[in-house]
Design a protein around this ligand. Structure first.
Ligand code: PMP
Length: 407
């Protein structure tokens, strides 16, 4: 009977979110979210999206546009968005984007899932390699969609120096075999906020090519690392431009358009030539058809119209800048607060980390104390999301860290 099912551990982040919601303390602070929060700690709808939605609704009301309806999207997804996404991810300057097979997915999670399903059955890797540390859902996704593939971790984050252990990473990856898969965060690494340098990416590309390792880039924060959408995908375009390297990109539009609930993403497979893409696309479509038939259309329509309209595109870049500037201000505020109070630890990385996240170095006991004593919620790993900080709560957070870590 189902009563004999093993007990499943609840998801750490979503459990904390639920606990935060029912916490009645007025000084509570949520430093968990992988979602952007505004200066009032609330979800933020981008101006570009707000400007667009009434247009879509108006067209829907008066049937002014035959393309605005609630029919299925094609099996491969929103046709225009597929083209726009390739250009956004790979860059359009002189690149042969016909070498890329793309399909719309149920956001970044769905893109990772479809990548795991496709690669585990069609590439037959012995091992899939994840960064240590990394996004906790990658291992879960591969357990589900590539259960026969062995999972291993490659060294990535050096907690002591708050940087990347690149030499050890390279050393361990020597154990990888031809056809193994390596999962990489293209930018704004979750949870550490520490990305590979251009030189390290170049070295890694050579390793992948020489070993026959198949890279899967997870691209969930394009535009939220350096602030420049092209720069944040430069590892991907560099891998592409080298030629002779096949790889996948699991792209998410959740964070970069603030459209988390609409579930918009893409899986791209960069192949060696057009003959290969012609083979790959029908396989991806077949796998996706069996699982979801077609993707949600509303969010795809929003993103496609913003990317395709010069004025809205410009507004979107400004929206990204608004988010980046607020996160930068919060990083600076946190760093200076910790410095002024001489809180134990080295905090320089708070300024240089990219994206939403940074590691605090807090132990699980200290994380629990932050919650129990100060009503400040962070993940058990000690990760904070700087989007949870506001000008009103930052002093409370610094004072709490002083209390827990000492001076
Ligand atoms: N990859 C990484 C590294 C992430 O942090 C996230 C979101 N937390 C995702 C993928 C997927 O998010 P979504 O499914 O909402 O696009």
């Amino acid at each position: 009977s189902f009563s004999e099912l093993p007990t499943v551990k609840p998801d750490a982040a979503f459990t904390l979110l639920a606990a935060y919601k029912i916490d009645t303390n007025p000084n509570k602070v949520d430093l968990c979210p992988g979602f952007y929060r505004d200066e009032n700690g609330r979800p933020w709808i981008m101006s570009s999206v707000i400007q667009l939605i009434p247009r879509i609704q108006a067209k829907e009301r008066v049937h002014a546009d035959p393309n605005v309806n609630h029919e299925h999207l094609p099996l491969a997804g929103h046709t225009e968005l597929l083209r726009q996404s390739k250009e956004l991810v790979f860059g359009k300057e002189d690149r042969d984007l016909k070498r890329v097979a793309s399909i719309q997915t149920v956001s970044g999670t769905g893109a990772n899932h479809l990548a795991a399903l496709f690669l585990s059955t069609k590439l037959n890797p012995k091992t899939v390699w994840f960064p240590n540390l990394g996004w906790i859902n990658h291992t879960e996704i591969w357990k589900l969609a590539g259960s026969h593939v062995q999972q291993r971790f490659y060294p990535y984050f050096n907690a002591e120096n708050q940087n990347i252990d690149f030499d050890t990473m390279v050393e361990v990856l020597q154990e990888a075999q031809k056809g193994d898969v390596i999962v990489l965060h293209a930018c704004a690494h979750n949870p550490t906020g520490v990305d590979l340098s251009k030189e390290q990416w170049d070295n890694l590309a050579t390793i992948c090519k020489n070993t026959g390792l198949f890279p899967v880039f997870d691209l969930a924060y394009q535009g939220l690392a350096s602030g420049d959408v092209r720069q944040d995908a430069s590892a991907i375009s560099d891998f592409f431009d080298r030629g002779g390297l096949e790889f996948a990109v699991a792209q998410s539009y959740s964070k970069i358009f603030g459209l988390y609930g609409e579930r918009i993403g893409m899986l791209h497979i960069a192949a060696l030539d057009v003959t290969a893409t012609a083979k790959i696309t029908p396989v991806l479509t077949q796998l996706s058809r069996a699982e979801i038939t077609s993707c949600p259309s509303y969010g795809a329509r929003i993103v496609s119209q913003i990317l395709g309209d010069l004025k809205l595109y410009d507004q979107w870049l400004k929206d990204l800048a608004t988010m980046n500037n607020r996160m930068k201000t919060m990083r600076e505020g946190l760093y200076h607060g910790l410095l002024v109070r001489k809180v134990q630890g080295s905090w320089k990385h708070i300024l240089t980390d990219t994206g939403m996240f940074s590691m605090t170095g807090l132990s699980t006991t200290q994380v629990t104390a932050m919650k129990e004593k100060h009503h400040i919620y962070l993940l058990p790993s000690g990760r904070i999301s700087v989007t949870g900080l506001t000008t009103r709560n930052i002093d409370h957070v610094v004072a709490a860290l002083e209390d827990i870590l000492g001076t």
